[in-house]
Design a binder for this molecule. Structure first.
Ligand SMILES: NC(=O)c1ccc[n+]([C@@H]2O[C@H](COP(=O)([O-])OP(=O)(O)OC[C@H]3O[C@@H](n4cnc5c(N)ncnc54)[C@H](O)[C@@H]3O)[C@@H](O)[C@H]2O)c1
Ligand SMILES: [Zn+2]
Length: 779
């Protein structure tokens, strides 16, 4: 029984990491195997199955910081299948529950069973005759049933209305509620019954219309997938790394991590999209009879649906689609992990119903993630600009998921030890949603002639400084709280004059809990190279002509030892010209690039310094708010931590605040900033006019045209700004809405040509939540 509870606890812990923290520590395949084991155990002990078992409900508890809201209709997960046979068996079950001929036969068979039990024990002639008739009718019926099923199988279990096959976009499920056409609420799936209110974040998605086009119904709750295209994922991860934050494992986790941001500003630039694939509550004025009609209706209201959705008459057509799509999916700009198959007609869906966790009328076909086996040749340690040394597996080249790979990340020492990879091992690597391949496991950990565990560096390979270990935050908290808990129990026991209850101490931190090894030496050459490169790159100081190679040359020739030296390079023109392949023109270009970077402003400087946890978003918010490095330095740590903009949390968490504060008040940080100031680098930022950071129009651009009845043009622009939106003067592809009054002219034509949503004055007011007010005034 111990095993049972342990398994459940482990799965819940993985659920939390996956759904709540968006940072899973095992692969999906490993997770699915755990769940399967629990399912098998529960099948053996059905009395042990509880309603909150992970086999009975979808994962995910509420995220702190968000309001939890009941779903109007429950959000289910989808059962998985991994081969065509499973898919076909599912179609057969659907067919048997729906086909009128089979239903008639089954009903009659049940009747015959009843009659037979009535006749039991009766020996009179009439009963005997009845029994004989019954037996022969049953034989005939069973034969009919067989014939019926074999015809159905050969036809591919055709259903009236058919099936629909659609890409299973690998993202995060969301439910969006529209009332009278206006978006009023957006929720995550949560545990299926209650989700987190992420309305403010969903509003920033361009593919989420704030107002539906056309004649929208009273209530329309759509369900869809929020996802991050691969290109955006790469960019976001580059920014994470630049900010010294752990990169996301795959686009799905990046999406989940983004949606749980408290500040919608942090969501806006992440390129999330929504594709609609279902519905929750609908009012009766929306008459729909099938999934295809539902998807078409959603599209007609301006929602995005999948262009690759395909109606299929039979499961055979579905299988063809699955095969075709397996090759096709690589060319899509986003990740797809399978195909979702849905019974099209709503009345049939209703008849099929639900299990405790899944609809019976829908099934996911999951493509196998591509894995490959290869030999582990070496573990390399890569230096980052914050001094973190990251282990990377170097492997014999192997072809997997369309590319040849020879490196896989191992993230940190903890993971290296948990997976216990050793040089010479055959390792299984996987490329699922991830762009960077992962080491899944060692193929044969029992092999007798394995090498020794990988030796860990204790000093920096570049400068020789003793490395500093960091450990998993949760484990540290557990340990820290233990002594407090013991203390509390002692006091309580003393008060009640009894012996204190023993509280078991959590196991001490080991290599397994390590999250990073750092070189603490600020002058470390390996770090210096990474830092200078970061400093000069595009999102930061954007220094033309200063690439990786040039930085290496400058360091080798001892021409720079820090950021300030870059700005003094012009005094060393001769030495610069002496570098290999550095002509007059190139040198002038480099010096001009360095000079030009002086006026980038405080936002860029902060981001460029590579302060741990301080990325470009935090830098922008802080620079704009404080305006100068002096003001920022004068801020207390408490002020930074509880940093607020217009009552909304800014997303400057305690980690960022602490790290920045420490930097600004360290000797090193002060020396660097003084040096930059002396060289004339601007350390101020213009403070923009305060724009609302919350409101229904955050991230939207609107154009007002024609004469409005109840608002002047200026008033309308004010309303837009107050609601967090931007008012522009001309219509372009970047326009989200055109508010058109009387005598709207060329702008209206242009908007229609570009497919921009056009709002009447009333719809505009509704969008701003003013409609009731306006209606009252009119009365
Ligand atoms: N690695 C871990 O620690 C860990 C932990 C928990 C869960 N997981 C993984 O999460 C998965 C289970 O998550 P799940 O319950 O969200 O199920 P799922 O992601 O396998 O499938 C259900 C979801 O698919 C989405 N979907 C995408 N396209 C769709 C379409 N066209 N039509 C309908 N739905 C569509 C829906 O949002 C729906 O909620 C498993 O693969 C499991 O391995 C991993
Ligand atoms: Zn070092």
């Amino acid at each position: 029984m111990e095993d049972f509870e342990q398994l459940r606890r482990a799965i819940r812990e993985h659920d939390r990491r996956y759904y709540v923290e968006a940072a899973p520590t095992i692969s999906d395949r490993e997770y699915d195997a755990l769940l399967e084991r629990l399912r098998a155990l529960e099948a053996e002990h059905p009395d042990q199955v509880t309603a909150d078992s992970p086999t009975q409900r979808v994962g995910g508890e509420p995220i702190t910081g968000f309001r939890t809201v009941d779903h109007a209709r429950r959000m289910y997960s989808i059962d998985n299948s991994y081969d065509e046979e499973e898919l076909t068996r599912w179609a057969q079950r659907c067919f048997e529950a729906i086909d009128p001929e089979l239903l008639r036969i089954n009903e009659r068979l049940a009747e015959l069973d009843d009659r037979e039990s009535q006749l039991k024990g009766k020996r009179d002639a009439e009963s005997k005759a009845s029994r004989e008739a019954l037996v022969s009718e049953r034989a005939a019926l069973l034969q009919d049933r067989l014939n019926c099923l074999s015809v159905a199988a050969s036809e591919g279990y055709p259903l009236p209305g058919g099936y629909v096959a659609e890409p299973k976009v690998d993202g995060v499920a969301a439910s969006l509620r529209y009332e009278r056409g206006a978006l009023v609420q957006g929720l995550t799936r949560g545990d299926g019954y209650r989700g987190d209110d992420i309305t403010h974040n969903l509003r920033t998605l361009r593919s989420v219309p704030l107002v539906l086009e056309g004649d929208a119904p009273e209530i329309f709750e759509v369900r869809g997938e929020v996802y991050m295209p691969r290109e955006e994922f790469d960019r976001v991860n580059r920014e994470q790394v630049a900010a010294g934050v752990e990169p996301f494992v795959n686009p799905r986790n990046a999406t989940a991590g983004t949606l749980k941001q408290l500040d919608p500003k942090n969501v806006e630039g992440r390129g999330l999209r929504l594709v609609v694939h279902g519905a929750g509550e609908r009012s009766d004025d929306l008459v729909l009879t099938s999934h295809v009609e539902l998807v078409n209706a959603a599209a007609s209201y301006g929602l995005v649906t999948s262009p690759l959705s395909r109606p299929c008459d039979t499961i055979k057509e579905v299988v063809e689609y699955v095969d075709w799509f397996e090759k096709e999916k690589a060319s899509l700009p986003y990740n797809v992990d399978g195909v979702v198959v849905t019974v099209n007609r709503f009345d049939l869906q209703e008849r099929l119903g639900y299990t405790s966790k899944f609809p019976r009328w829908r099934l996911a076909y999951k493509y196998a993630t591509e894995q490959a086996a290869t030999e582990l040749l070496d573990i390399e340690w890569q230096m980052g600009k914050t001094g973190k040394l990251t282990p990377r597996a170097k492997m014999a080249p192997v072809f997997v998921a369309e590319t040849t790979v020879q490196h896989a990340t191992l993230h940190n020492v903890g993971e290296l030890r948990r997976k216990d990879v050793r040089i010479g091992d055959t390792v299984i690597i996987e490329k699922a949603g991830e762009i960077i391949p992962q080491v899944v496991r060692v193929l044969d950990p029992e092999r007798a002639d394995r090498g020794q565990p990988v030796e860990l560096p204790t000093v920096c390979p570049s400068c020789g400084a003793a490395l500093v270990m960091e450990y998993d935050q949760r484990r540290q908290n557990d340990l820290a709280q233990w002594s407090k808990r013991v203390e509390r129990e002692k006091q309580l026991a003393a008060k009640q004059s009894r012996e204190p209850e023993p509280i078991p101490e959590p196991p001490p931190l080991t290599e397994l809990d390590e999250s990073g090894r750092y070189c603490p030496n600020p002058a470390c050459p390996a770090q210096l190279k990474e830092r200078l490169w970061h400093f000069a790159s595009r999102g930061q100081m954007d220094v033309d002509g200063l690439g990786e190679k040039v930085i290496e040359q400058l360091l080798a020739a001892d021409l720079v030892g820090g950021y300030g030296d870059l700005y003094r390079l012009h005094t060393k023109r001769e030495a610069l010209l002496a570098l290999e392949r550095m002509g007059e023109k190139k040198a002038d270009n480099l010096l001009a690039g360095i000079e030009a970077s002086k006026t980038r402003g405080l936002t860029r400087v902060l981001a460029a310094l590579g302060i741990r946890h301080v990325g470009s978003t935090a830098s922008r918010i802080l620079a704009e708010q404080y305006g100068s490095i002096d003001a920022l330095t004068a801020a207390s740590i408490a002020e930074l931590e509880s940093f607020q903009i217009d009552g909304a949390e800014s997303g400057i968490g305690p980690e960022i605040a602490r790290s920045l504060y420490e930097y600004l008040h360290s000797d090193l940080g002060q020396a660097i900033l003084a040096d930059l100031r002396a060289e004339g680098v601007e350390l101020t930022e213009e403070q923009p006019a305060p724009a609302a950071t919350e409101g229904p129009l955050v991230g939207r651009t609107l154009v007002v045209t024609g004469t409005l009845e109840r608002h002047s043009r200026n008033e309308a622009h004010d309303l837009i700004a107050k609601a967090g939106g931007k008012a522009a003067s001309s219509v372009s592809a970047a326009t989200d809405y055109l508010v058109a009054g009387e005598k709207a002219g060329s702008k209206l034509d242009k908007a229609q040509k570009l497919g921009v949503t056009v709002l009447s004055e009333e719809a505009f007011e509704q969008l701003l939540g003013l409609s009731k007010l306006a209606a009252d005034e009119r009365r």
